[in-house]
Design a protein around this ligand. Structure first.
Ligand code: SAH
Length: 259
């Protein structure tokens, strides 16, 4: 059966065998680990991994692909497919024992930002994540303070995880060839949060508001929350923009402000 890739599901299948090998080497999957793949597609990563681990869970939205994957040779291993939308998927339902989840996938690029935010709410049960992302998105996750790429995603992701961009994957490694370049990124949730946040929802709100209009100064974007007296008390320069604040600065700022 030939499968025609669907644009609306952001389907770009890996066809470069060497690249598949490189990604699997970076993931280093082992039997007895709790591995979960997002968007297995036609199984480019799925089947070689299953041969090693004999057990794998996967979440796939396209029912036709789910049927195709389910028709695999059962001798390879136990592939458990959840036919679902990963954006509303409750990862906590997968955790059945003491093992933390190892999540990976060549992600559908059209949903990668909301998906990363969704995954951040499950970091306490995740050991690590290895994702293929659009190169710009990968660098935004890893971006350092005072750079153009540094934004809401960088702050929120780095609050939860250690981020490492591992290597680039050229567009011709996929079928159909995408318009963009891709990178492999590893996210490792901190087992112990480096910074203590008093009120997480408030911290998240400050970060969102601050970067909502990133060209504005913080003083301007946050004027409904911080009056002039308050600003004096923090002794912060009124010319500061959100990209000048480290993750730690945002944490301290929201802790003080939330009092
Ligand atoms: N891993 C495969 C396919 C990657 S393409 C490979 O590398 O070849 C992205 C995959 O994500 C497709 O299989 C697509 O159907 C699936 N997908 C798209 N949106 C999804 C969603 N909301 N939830 C789960 N899977 C989704």
């Amino acid at each position: 059966m030939t499968f025609i890739p669907r644009k609306r599901f952001s389907q770009h299948f890996l066809r470069d065998k060497e690249m598949v090998h490189r990604i699997i080497t970076a993931l280093d999957p082992k039997p007895h680990e709790h591995l979960v793949e997002i968007g297995p597609g036609q199984g480019a990563l799925t089947f070689p991994i299953l041969e090693n681990t004999h057990e794998l869970e996967a979440i796939e939205l396209d029912r036709e692909l789910v049927a195709l994957l389910q028709a695999h040779d059962k001798k390879i291993g136990n592939l458990q497919i959840h036919s679902a939308d990963v954006l509303t998927f409750n990862f906590a339902d997968l955790k059945q024992d003491e093992r933390l989840l190892r999540i990976f996938g060549n992600l559908p690029y059209n949903i990668s930002t909301p998906l990363i935010f969704h995954l951040l709410s499950f970091t306490s049960i995740i050991a690590d994540m290895l994702f293929m992302l659009q190169k710009e998105v990968a660098w935004r996750l890893a971006a350092r303070v005072n750079t153009k790429q540094y934004g809401r995603m960088s702050v929120m992701v780095q609050y939860h995880c250690h981020v490492e961009v591992l290597f680039d994957v050229p567009a011709d490694a996929f079928y159909p060839v995408p318009q963009v370049c891709s990178s492999i990124v590893r996210l490792v949730p901190h087992r112990q949060a480096p910074y203590f946040v008093k009120d997480y929802a408030f911290f998240a709100k400050i970060v969102k508001l601050a970067f909502g209009q990133r060209r504005k100064t913080l003083r301007n974007s946050l004027k409904d929350l911080i009056d002039d007296d308050c600003w004096m008390r923090f002794q912060l320069s009124s010319g500061l923009r959100p990209e000048n604040l480290t993750v730690k600065d945002f944490v301290e700022f929201s802790n003080q402000l939330g009092q």
